[in-house]
Design a protein around this ligand. Sequence first.
Ligand SMILES: [Zn+2]
Ligand SMILES: [Zn+2]
Length: 141
Amino acid sequence: MKDRRNTLQKELTYEAVQAFCGHPSADDIYRIIASKHSTISKATVYRNLASLYEEGRIGKVTSVGSGEAHYDHRAERHVHGYCRKCGRVVDVDVSYNSSPLIEAHAMEDGFELTSHELIFEGICRECRDKEKKNGTERIKN
Ligand SMILES: [Zn+2]
Ligand SMILES: [Zn+2]
């Protein structure tokens, strides 16, 4: 019985990540689930997120901004952009290349690469639009 409830809560967590369609923090996901299922605990949601990531069903971005983990509905490897203004994590549409050259160089130094994460820093579309709008308003005044 407990197993069934665990599976159910895990699927709930998975669906919340899929529905978010972005890069939510664990707290974002907890708040979404808790708004409909008030009995679920924060620890359960965090545990389920970690386990979904372990199983390769969702992705995770860790090395941005405050270092808070952002989860990802896309599980396959892809490149991320981090907005310096609002802290949003977005997908950047450039092809992902595991670069055998980098791996070869690391190996020469006796370092076996197990994974790496490529993140671009910049300003997201929403922040740029906002800036543009503010700019034209200033000219008008
Ligand atoms: Zn932004
Ligand atoms: Zn992503």
